[in-house]
Design a protein around this ligand. Structure first.
Ligand code: PNW
Length: 451
């Protein structure tokens, strides 16, 4: 069945949740304040050669002190929701043990200020800043157990006011980028078996986290995950290529989202890793497959796929030298991925609700006479949002969209060299300046229609 041709204004459903996203280590700074414990990213960013320019998150956007100002920016945008993450090591400086009341107080203040501004907090319990004191980090199964204890604790503290919890952010990034490619903390290049074990601990942490949050939160609390699965666009929109894209989403994410949605690893994945399979304890897969209230997707670069006669049934097409990109080398532009991410995940697993937990772009942001006219970012957002709108129009259960990011911040291994914000941050003075894209986003939210 072909979708109806689109005519008229590109409107979003009533009540669509418009938001912005950030993460603790990328914005907070204040890394030694109020009893915060050291994290893997503190160690990594202070290791020479790991982050561009030797940049660190020591100060970042200083949001630990300036959160009131940042919430005022959210209010000016007119967003209904804000996705923030909690720094585990502010709550448990050693990763486990005695909670640090000052850390809890900080997030209480932020959440109360958001609610007072009429903004709904969506809380991510892990966005990559892992307490350094946990022996072995994600190579150790105990880290997954410690995560669940912490997530349950924080749900107990916050769920009187926080209705939406996201367990972990982007499994592939904190497992593979950190332990296989060495590009993120802890900067390791492990063998395949060890990487598969780290991946297993990642999905296990998520699953045990869901159970712990469920056990400690008020009833009715919505629990989900934010994952940047590899998403696939059928290179031609015909039934055979569409089918190939669905198989590709399922198999290429077999160790992550597929395991979570199905509570098992696919046969093809287990066959492909053979003797490098992780140790799986009894009960792990059931925990990993714990039912979710929503699935949230971080959607950036596209992958194109075509049907093929190979045993897999699909072939992933390589990016080409001519493929358009934004400022981050990995950020290929392919707006159709926005539609296909929502559609393929919906058709494969029928989630009750979907959110886009991140979408946005790095871009050159020249400051001219105090203005940042970021036409590239507006172009990118308009194109991706046109495709998300198509998904809502066709009835897929997309409930909201969080733009990455509220403001320029510590962009991991790229330090402060790449900017993703709707607000420009001067990292010397900490002055925030709305870019033209902020005005564009405000207008979209006001009309609930693409402009
Ligand atoms: C996401 N890739 O990271 C993260 O969730 C954010 O913290 C980050 O700032 C944002 O996207 C922009 O990078 C990604 O290589 C990092 O495909 C790398 C990739 C994707 C997402």
């Amino acid at each position: 069945t072909r979708p109806k041709p689109r005519v008229g204004p590109l409107s979003f459903p009533d009540g669509f949740v418009w938001g912005c996203a950030t993460a603790s280590y990328q914005i907070e700074g204040a890394v030694k304040e109020d009893g915060r414990g050291e994290t893997n990213w503190d160690v990594f960013s202070h290791t020479p050669g790991c982050v561009a320019n030797g940049d660190t998150g020591d100060t970042a956007c200083d949001s630990y002190h300036r959160y009131g100002e940042d919430i005022a920016l959210l209010k000016q945008l007119g967003v209904k929701a804000y996705r923030l993450s909690i720094a585990w090591s502010r709550i448990f400086p050693e990763g486990r043990g005695t909670p640090n009341a000052k850390g809890v107080d900080y997030y209480n203040r932020v959440i109360d200020a958001l609610l007072a501004a009429g903004i709904t907090p969506y809380v991510t319990t892990f966005h990559w800043d892992l307490p350094q004191a946990l022996p072995g980090g994600w190579q150790s199964r105990d880290t997954a157990l410690a995560f669940a204890d912490y997530a349950g604790f924080i749900a107990g503290k916050l769920s009187d006011r926080v209705t939406h919890f996201i367990t972990v952010n982007e499994l592939r990034c904190f497992t593979d980028l950190g332990h296989q490619d060495g590009k993120h903390a802890p900067g390791l290049r492990l063998d395949a078996r060890s990487v598969n074990q780290v991946r297993h601990h990642g999905v296990l942490a998520h699953g045990l986290g869901v159970q712990a949050i469920r056990a400690h939160a008020r009833s009715g609390t919505q629990i989900g995950i934010a994952d940047n699965s590899n998403f696939y666009v059928p290179v031609i929109e015909t039934p055979e290529h569409i089918a190939a894209a669905k198989v590709a989403v399922r198999e290429e994410n077999a160790m992550f989202l597929t395991a979570i949605m199905e509570g098992r690893y696919t046969e093809r994945y287990l066959t492909s890793i053979g003797a490098d399979a992780p140790k799986i304890a009894s009960g792990d897969m059931a925990a990993i497959g714990s039912p979710l209230d929503f699935v949230a997707l971080n959607v950036y670069a596209p992958n194109y796929v075509k049907a093929s006669a190979s045993p897999a049934g699909y072939e992933v097409l390589p990016h080409l030298k001519s493929s358009p990109r934004m400022a981050s080398p990995w950020l290929y532009v392919g707006p159709e991925v926005a539609y296909w991410a929502v559609r393929t995940v919906s058709e494969l697993w029928k989630p009750k609700a979907l959110y886009i937990s991140e979408n946005g772009t790095s871009a050159d942001d020249p400051v001219v006479n105090g203005h940042v006219d970021d036409a590239d970012r507006i172009m990118y957002l308009r194109n991706y949002l046109t495709e998300f709108q198509r998904a809502t129009e066709e009835g897929y259960p997309l409930k909201g969209y969080f733009l990455w990011s509220l403001m320029d911040n510590f962009e991991w291994a790229d330090g402060y060299t790449l900017r993703f914000g709707l607000h420009h941050v001067d990292f010397v003075t900490q002055k925030r300046t709305p870019k033209l894209s902020a005005a564009w986003y405000r207008e979209l939210i006001r009309r609930n229609t693409l402009v």
